[in-house]
Design a protein around this ligand. Structure first.
Ligand code: PFF
Length: 517
């Protein structure tokens, strides 16, 4: 068997996990979710979810990943099987841990490529001087939603997609240390510097319009943080908060598990896991919360901010922010920093989404890294095309639903029950503390055993009723888009079963070679 790689250093693995966590979710998704779900009140379910779901799951994923690594497994099928040797079916549940990240990757990388495009346009001045309508037209033209004076077709977007996709593939083909760790070592600190710079600039804007002294960034922070406690009675707000915690931390989908499988057995997982969570939360709450909403408030005032925040992440990021940067000195530079920040944040996340597929082929089929990268590249490259060319048909949203929401909650539920109940809580607790440089407060033992799984099952049920079933039955999909959405589902089903067959094949080979777990 080929030797599995190990992280070059402790800082390296922490930066890699934090790099996966810090992404578009922190700077675009979070502010929109918070503003749209009760403002400051959103932070109550958010923190509860962080403490009862996010942090425990982060520890569990680090621990089970490191445990699976002992047996040469770096993806959920093998790791789950190591935790529950007697079961014949659990490895198929683990397929979600390769499938989910691939599905997220397929659309995430496309959005990431827009950011590269926009970083370029900021430098070339392509949308210099454009007003809100023109910027909207620019975005719609770029996305291929309309032909206009800026763009005819998605050619430009496709070019930036090819560059972004190529960068992702190149990095993962260089391996865990020379690719993933190398990138995160410089890109994560750099993007944090960019984000701090922009946040400071925004917070020192004061009141940019002398006619409206109350349109200022402090009031903008108030808009984001003043709690609307009535929102707490709404189950939707709780679901949104829990969903945001999962998505932003990259937990519950198999990615952290794969990263942790490259740890040596004696390495700490508790302090490292907590450090990666803290880094992400700093980037999310402090930095993510101080940029788009306060800036938009200061420039557009209280009456328009609702509509702006409600118009979604893309509008905020690609229309509102460039508009604001045009009105401040050195605006082109700040616009570039903004898009470069988002591009780098996206890149350090998207490579983590590819690694489970890579690890699966390397660990279970002993495929050399270069070939694993070719296979992963070919499959994801083909799968990105419907997202690009049928963007207006709801393909991206459909993938986000199955990959970014459904798979996440389901995988997290199975993972924690498996660890706390099948592997057994006493063993689990011991395994977590093996090599640990920090002792987890004892209260977390019953939390992991009872509270987190119960909370997850409740979320799963509520979410299925509130959002899942209407989506499954195409309640909000126009008749014209239905064939595209159904075709997407067919594609996803094929991907899932393809992976499941590969798992079966891998285990057959294992058995024939007489290997254990
Ligand atoms: N955490 C990333 C973000 O906040 O943008 C997105 C993400 C990456 C989700 C990796 C899930 C994942 F496995």
């Amino acid at each position: 068997m080929s030797v599995r790689p190990s992280w070059g250093s402790r800082l390296g693995v922490i930066l890699a996990v934090a790099g996966s966590a810090v992404g578009l979710g922190n700077f675009l998704r979070f502010p929109v979710q918070a503003a749209g779900n009760g403002g400051g009140a959103f932070m109550i379910p958010y923190f509860i979810s962080l403490i009862l779901l996010g942090i425990p799951l982060m520890w569990v994923e680090w621990t089970v990943g490191r445990y699976g690594g002992i047996f040469g497994h770096g993806t959920a099928p093998g790791v789950f099987h190591s935790l529950w040797e007697k079961s014949r079916f659990i490895k198929y549940f683990g397929v979600i841990g390769i499938f989910g990240p691939l599905v997220i990757f397929i659309y995430y990388v496309y959005i990431e490529s827009w950011l590269l495009g926009y970083a370029w346009f900021s430098l070339t001045g392509a949308f210099q001087g454009a007003d809100a309508r023109s910027l909207q037209a620019f975005l719609r033209g770029y996305q291929g939603l309309e032909n206009n004076r800026y763009f005819q077709g998605v050619g430009t977007a496709y070019l930036f997609f090819l560059l972004t996709f190529g960068a992702n593939l190149w990095i993962i083909s260089r391996g865990v240390v020379k690719g993933i760790e190398w990138l995160n070592r410089w890109a994560l600190p750099l993007l944090l510097v960019f984000a701090v710079t922009i946040a400071v600039r925004v917070l020192t804007l004061g009141a940019p319009d002398p006619a409206h002294p109350d349109w200022n960034t402090i009031q903008g922070l108030g808009f984001l943080w003043n709690p609307d406690l009535a929102a707490l009675k709404d189950a939707k707000v709780w679901l949104a908060a829990a969903g945001q915690v999962f998505f932003t931390l990259s937990v519950g989908i198999g990615v952290i598990l794969t990263y942790a499988s490259y740890l040596r057995r004696e390495k700490d997982v508790i302090l490292s896991g907590l450090t990666s969570v803290s880094t992400n939360e700093f980037a999310e709450i402090i930095l993510g919360g101080s940029i788009v909403i306060p800036a938009a408030f200061a420039f557009f005032g209280p009456s328009q901010i609702q509509a702006i925040a409600g118009s979604g992440s893309f509008n905020l990021g690609f229309v509102t922010m460039p508009l604001i940067f045009q009105q401040i000195s050195l605006g082109a530079l700040f616009a570039f920093l903004w898009f470069a920040l988002l591009f780098l944040a996206g890149l350090t996340s998207s490579i983590s989404l590819l690694q489970p597929a890579m690890a699966f082929m390397e660990d279970e089929f002993q495929l050399p890294r270069k070939y694993a990268a070719w296979v992963t590249g070919a499959v994801t490259f083909a799968a990105c095309h419907p997202v690009i060319f049928f963007f207006h048909r709801g393909v991206l949203d459909e993938l986000d639903f199955w990959g970014g929401t459904f798979s996440l909650v389901l995988f997290a539920t199975v993972e924690i029950i498996l660890f706390a109940w099948v592997f057994g809580m006493d063993r689990a607790w011991k395994e977590m503390h093996h090599g640990a440089e920090l002792t987890i407060p004892r209260i977390y033992k019953p939390i992991i055993q009872y509270v987190t799984p119960t909370f997850l099952i409740l979320i799963l049920l509520f979410w299925l009723m509130q959002e899942g079933l209407p989506v499954v039955f195409l309640k909000n999909v126009s008749a014209a888009n239905q064939p595209y959405v159904l075709a997407t589902r067919l594609g996803l089903t094929l991907l899932f079963f393809g992976l499941a067959l590969m798992v079966r094949w891998a285990w057959r080979r294992r058995r024939n070679k007489g290997r254990g777990r």
